[in-house]
Ligand binder design. Structure first.
Ligand SMILES: [Zn+2]
Length: 336
């Protein structure tokens, strides 16, 4: 689907509702939050979405927003604009200029919020679907790297952010995770968490890796002061280093360098490795998975119908004030 086709697909309020219902972004049935009676979807010209739910109970007859209990709820943008923005983001076209032109959003704050939110969707997805990489017969290259050397912060002390990563070149699978430091006490538990026992782990000669061989892995090292491929074992960390390069380029483009943001940038990076071949459909499906809609959701939110019941505990950058703290370690990704 290209942007023109998307525009045609979303050419009326009916079409927008249908598009969202087919993709489980909007519910197809709703129980009234006040009396639990089944509601009917009705045209309502005076609301932005053009439709709202109407309670069938003759003593209630409440109108319920189309967005009630959905991830659209926290936004003032039209649903069509939100879908277009998601499309631009999915295909890496969501520059501020493009979003202003294609979506008519003038606030850069809103644009940033939405991009942060979509990165959080990536992070949530990867957390919900964690997996270990490697295994017997597999090689996983590991390495650690600093991410926040900012040239324009001259004169200001910037705390380095270490990122630790592993990559299985045969499976094109990897993981990236921020770490407080690069001691053995920090790195060994992460190695065991993300890499399957029996894997051949390849690293440079950093001393924190000395014990890897006694933790259930075969361990090969490459002495980078001598060569990049060990002449005898052929061990190399070239692939994991290429992963750094790509991740850093992206991070630089997006100018995110604080720890919290970096974690979401890393997850977007991993997410794109995995879903870059089909990004729009994937992100839409994952939003639907992360923000399930339907009767259950609405009937449980009856205490305060103005607040959506958020199914996930990690909507850190949900546009507007619905923020809950999240714990930060990233699961592995897989290239396709
Ligand atoms: Zn009612």
């Amino acid at each position: 689907m290209n942007l023109g086709l998307l525009e045609t697909t979303l050419n009326s309020t009916e079409a927008v509702v249908e598009f969202c219902q087919e993709r489980s972004l909007l519910p197809t049935s709703v129980a009234c939050p006040k009396c639990q009676t089944h509601c009917q979807l009705k045209k309502r010209e005076q609301v932005k979405d053009g439709f709202a739910w109407r309670c069938r109970n003759s003593r209630c007859r409440s109108w319920i927003s189309l967005r009630h209990g959905t991830f659209f709820m926290a936004s003032k943008l039209t649903i069509k604009v939100i879908i277009k923005l998601i499309y631009l983001w999915a295909f890496e076209m969501a520059t501020e200029n493009n979003v202003r032109r294609e979506c008519g959003i003038s606030s850069s704050h809103t644009i940033t919020d939405w991009k942060n939110f979509l990165r959080d969707v990536c992070l949530d997805y990867l957390r919900r679907h964690p997996r270990q990489i490697g295994g017997p017969g597999h090689t996983v290259e590991i390495d650690e790297s600093v991410f926040n050397r900012r040239k324009h912060n001259v004169g200001r002390l910037v705390e380095p952010i270490w990122v630790f990563g592993g990559y299985d070149p045969a499976e094109k699978e990897g993981f990236l995770v921020t770490v407080p430091n690069r001691n053995a006490e920090t790195l060994l538990p992460i190695i065991k968490k993300y890499i399957l026992p029996g894997t051949t782990v390849v690293s440079d000669c950093w001393r924190a890796y000395n014990r890897v061989g006694s933790e259930g892995f075969s361990h090969l090292t490459v002495n980078h002061s001598l060569h990049f491929v060990d002449p005898i074992t052929k061990a190399t960390t070239n692939h994991v280093e290429r992963m750094w390069k790509e991740a850093k380029q992206r991070n630089k483009r997006e100018c995110g360098t604080n720890r919290e943001l970096l974690e979401t940038y890393l997850s977007e990076f991993m997410w794109r490795q995995k879903f870059g071949h089909n990004p729009f459909v994937s992100i839409i499906n994952q939003i639907a998975e992360g923000y399930p809609v339907g009767k259950e959701l609405l009937s449980t939110s009856s205490e305060n119908p103005l607040l959506p019941t958020l199914p996930l505990q990690s909507v850190e950058n949900l546009p507007v004030e619905l923020k809950i703290n999240i714990d930060c370690s990233l699961p592995p990704f897989k290239h396709y």
